[in-house]
Ligand binder design. Structure first.
Ligand SMILES: N[C@@H](CCC(=O)N[C@@H](CS)C(=O)NCC(=O)O)C(=O)O
Length: 293
């Protein structure tokens, strides 16, 4: 158990470190404007994917708790990420991180051929990857917030266990995918194995390309390492393969490009860690037992 005292830290409204450098490289008008916030993991999912898929975009930092009018125009609940699509006349918009992700995957497929998924000739492999992502959205992400917002010791122990179990379940899905697609996929040689592993992401030995689950889960695992360790004394699961995966993920150039410095996350999540009133729509949903917005 870690015992910390509430210090009234404010959430940050500007990126730091590598994320700041990336934001500064993306200030020119483009067909797509990404409305983002420096601390937000839902944004980091999409932002990393823009970088990896090499889709041109302008990064535009907003404070989603202030609900500026231009954000509400692209995202009805005033949540980030949002996209403004300037090449439509009049401009149009999209919100919801997973929908935005699918959208930019489609854009990449029809422009430069880059992808975060196995090829469409392997629908089963694509489905297994989507199962992993579904688990991240429905289990890992809510478990992260329940743990971070839990206040009494017993609740922290229980929610910490749940979060840990959710990560282990994700590992089982990663192992299943590798087993069913690569190991028992009928490949005879190393070259064929490599071909089958395309789009399965960094979990698979020898793969250096990001996959869907890497961008879907990475932002919360990264915050688990900084924020949950700081406020809850959390330890990520051990195991050689898991640690290798996290290491590859946290050091992948396109992931790192969207990371701010650790203090930004520790400061910005203090409100969650002390379950302050009206922290966010996510925090309110967790407190009232509703699904996340
Ligand atoms: N389901 C949304 C969730 C996005 C979300 O909750 N974003 C947070 C920042 S991390 C936000 O904009 N919060 C503003 C608020 O709570 O009013 C998605 O996947 O895009």
């Amino acid at each position: 158990m870690v015992s910390k005292t509430y210090t009234g830290k404010a959430y940050h409204i500007e990126c730091t470190g590598q994320a700041l450098e990336t934001a500064q490289k993306h200030t020119q008008d483009q067909d797509i404007t990404l409305f983002g916030s420096c601390f937000c993991p839902f944004v980091q999912r999409v932002w990393t994917s823009f970088e990896y898929l090499q889709i041109p975009y302008k990064y535009y930092e907003v404070d989603p708790y202030k609900k500026p009018k231009d954000l509400l125009e692209v995202s009805p609940k005033g949540l980030v990420p949002g996209l403004k699509l300037n090449n439509f006349n009049p401009p149009t918009a999209l919100n919801e991180s997973t929908v935005i992700l699918e959208y930019i995957l489609d854009l990449a497929a029809s422009s430069n051929g880059r992808s975060l998924l196995p090829p469409s000739t392997n629908p089963y492999a694509r489905a297994l990857v989507r199962l992993q992502s579904d688990h991240v959205n429905r289990s890992l992400v809510p478990a992260f917030y329940r743990y971070l917002q839990a206040q009494d010791e017993e609740a922290q122990i229980n929610t910490g266990k749940e979060f840990h179990e959710s990560i282990e379940k994700l590992v089982e899905l990663l192992e299943r995918t590798e087993r069913e697609v690569v190991q028992t996929g009928g490949a005879s040689g190393q070259g064929e194995k490599q071909a089958l592993a395309i789009g399965l992401g960094l979990w698979v030995d020898g793969n250096e390309d990001l996959g869907l689950v890497d961008v879907m889960a990475g932002p919360w695992l990264y915050r688990a390492k900084s924020v949950l360790t700081y406020y809850r004394g959390f330890e990520l699961p051990h195991g050689k393969k898991f640690e290798t995966w996290l290491n590859k993920l946290f050091n992948h150039p396109d992931f790192k490009k969207t990371c701010s410095t650790e203090d930004l996350y520790v400061d910005s999540y203090e409100r969650y860690a002390f379950n302050r009133p009206n922290t966010s729509q996510v925090a309110n949903a967790v407190n009232s037992g509703r699904g996340l917005p």
